[in-house]
Design a protein around this ligand. Structure first.
Ligand SMILES: [Zn+2]
Length: 338
């Protein structure tokens, strides 16, 4: 058996279809709530490079997605304000549902196939860049599984979970974690004291990614590391499916790509050390849309061959090719405070 097959992750394992059907109702209720404020949404320049020049790409769920003419970051513009987003997340039905049903039902798969590999990548990066084992802060700790695994392996003396959503913060406390239940921008913490800031699938939700990174920078010790994951708009499933991609939703306001992500880091006082796309689901996500009749590959015989006709033989190899060549939609970056 090939090495790739041992590590296969399927969508069903992390987002069981039976539970996701109900989740959609909660999401639509949240969406409805935030769209009531649409007339007060605000325009912003590109969240990565600051350019004001952009082209409109598509409309979905009532909002516009534009692409920066300079760096091709795709972003929601106009977008909900910081205040609207705070209210959205603190009263989200969707997150309550994820916490109660989906995270709990899928925690084992998530732990083994997402969080343990993340912790291993973290440990390797810390070794490679000579990071002290002092303090790690995770911003957006969610269900707390990553922090729990970091603690279990005693990689750091102190592990701090920042989680503003009440139900999720409660799950973190239940795991015995040190939790700060606040929006990150409201967290008061001593500067230059953290060795590693980790943040998984958070930056795409933020009104102002730059403010977030500048704050991370101020908390880190000199030469401290930041590890961030987010969607890559130039990755296979998002670039192929565009507005049909489930990753395109009202919560995801910013879609960087490997180059624009590095550009953003350098503007916030970081040196980018690594950008990887270790995604595992791109090919399956596109295949599923095709099989479910939601997306057509007519006129794309090559993709049909890989994703449908010869899937058993080519699927995992194709996914590995994407992941190895910065072509997956799941992006991971490691940067160092300058
Ligand atoms: Zn830009």
């Amino acid at each position: 058996m090939s090495k790739v097959k041992h590590n296969i992750l399927t969508e069903e394992e992390i987002r069981p279809a039976s539970l996701m059907q109900h989740q959609n109702k909660q999401y639509m209720a949240d969406l409805d709530r935030i769209l009531r404020h649409k007339k007060d949404f605000v325009y912003i320049p590109c969240p990565a490079c600051g350019s004001k020049s952009s082209v409109r790409m598509f409309k979905k769920y009532g909002v516009f997605y534009v692409s920066c003419s300079a760096c091709q970051t795709v972003y929601v513009n106009p977008r909900p304000t910081l205040k609207m987003l705070r209210l959205y997340y603190s009263s989200s039905e969707n997150y309550r549902y994820w916490n109660k049903h989906i995270f709990s039902a899928s925690e084992n798969s998530r732990r083994n196939k997402i969080f343990v590999p993340r912790v291993k990548l973290l440990a390797k990066a810390c070794k490679r860049y000579n990071i002290d084992a002092g303090a790690l802060m995770e911003v957006g700790a969610g269900f707390g599984t990553f922090c729990e695994e970091v603690k279990k392996r005693r990689l750091f003396e102190r592990v701090i979970a920042i989680e503003p959503t009440p139900s999720l913060a409660e799950s973190c406390r239940h795991k015995g974690l040190e939790v700060i239940e606040k929006q990150f921008e409201q967290v008061k913490f001593k500067k230059n004291t953290i060795d590693v800031v980790a943040s998984f699938e958070v930056i795409e939700h933020l009104f102002c990614p730059r403010d977030f990174l500048v704050k991370c920078n101020s908390l880190l010790k000199p030469k401290g590391l930041i590890i961030v994951t987010c969607p890559n708009f130039k990755g296979f499933d998002i670039a192929t499916l565009q507005s049909f991609s489930n990753s395109i939703d009202i919560e995801h306001l910013n879609y960087f790509n490997p180059d624009s992500f590095s550009c953003l880091f350098s503007k916030c006082g970081f040196e980018t050390l690594e950008v990887l796309t270790p995604g595992k689901l791109d090919a399956e996500l596109v295949r599923k849309k095709v099989i479910d009749g939601e997306f057509s590959l007519s006129g794309q015989p090559f993709l049909k061959q890989v994703l449908v006709d010869d899937w058993e033989r080519l699927g995992s190899l194709f996914q590995k090719f994407l992941a190895d060549n910065l072509l997956s939609s799941h992006m991971w970056a490691v940067a160092r405070k300058q």
